[in-house]
Design a binder for this molecule. Structure first.
Ligand code: TMP
Length: 211
């Protein structure tokens, strides 16, 4: 898949603050005159938003891990084919709140599905597309979950702190395995302080195209 754009993904445990940081990052790229497409996973297309409603709905507590995995991948494939791939081909910056690293952290590291199975599913769901840069917002799950559940508890947030701790460890493993792409950002501190850390990582990774 050829692309001239830039694909940036934001990751972390529920309540880590990545959505607020995504807004600021989008503004940064827009201020540099770039077209920016902001997305979230699961979601971003008619089909993927429908899947989101279904996969996060707490009433489906009988959902097995394999079913959950495949629903996330189905939502992802539609998003990649319908939105991400065309946006990258026309040179846009795509900022996506979660992508396939979430599937590794949640479905493999936390739920316990075998990593090789999740990896194969991710290949299919991403249609072979990999992010250029991934920021993992790292925050203690107790603090993060408190933020996340202020408004509503979805099916995944309802899993509690121990689950989120496994998710966090999954992300830390990903950053060790793929340090050139996956960058951990300390998410402790004010919105401005964390945003400054994000800008530092982008300057280091993107160099001239960022400054
Ligand atoms: P959000 O609340 O950040 O929008 O994410 C939705 C929830 O879905 C969140 O709890 C993480 C979970 N999730 C997975 O378990 N696997 C995935 O592949 C994705 C994209 C999200």
């Amino acid at each position: 898949m050829s692309s001239t754009g830039l694909f940036v993904t934001l990751e972390g445990v529920d309540g880590c603050g990545k959505t607020t940081q995504a807004t600021l990052l989008v503004e940064d790229f827009q201020n540099k005159g770039r077209e920016v497409v902001r997305l979230r996973e699961p979601g971003g297309t008619r089909i993927s938003e429908k899947i989101r409603l279904f996969v996060l709905d707490p009433q489906y507590d009988e959902m097995c891990d394999e079913c959950e995995l495949l629903l996330y991948e189905a939502a992802r494939a539609q998003l990649v084919r319908e939105v991400v791939q065309p946006a990258l081909e026309r040179g846009a910056v795509v900022v996506c709140d979660r992508f396939y690293d979430s599937t590794f952290a949640y479905q493999a590291a936390a739920r316990g599905l075998p990593a090789n199975v999740v990896s194969m599913a991710n290949s299919l769901g991403s249609c072979g597309l990999a992010p250029d840069l991934t920021l993992v917002f790292d925050l203690d799950p107790d603090e993060a979950l408190e933020r996340a559940t202020h408004e509503a508890t979805d099916r995944v947030e309802g899993e509690g702190t121990e689950f989120q701790r496994k998710v966090r460890n999954g992300y830390l493993k990903l950053s060790q395995d793929d340090p050139n792409r996956v960058h951990v950002v300390d998410a402790v501190g004010s919105v401005e302080v964390v945003h400054a850390r994000v800008r530092k990582v982008l300057a280091e990774c993107l160099g001239g195209s960022w400054s």
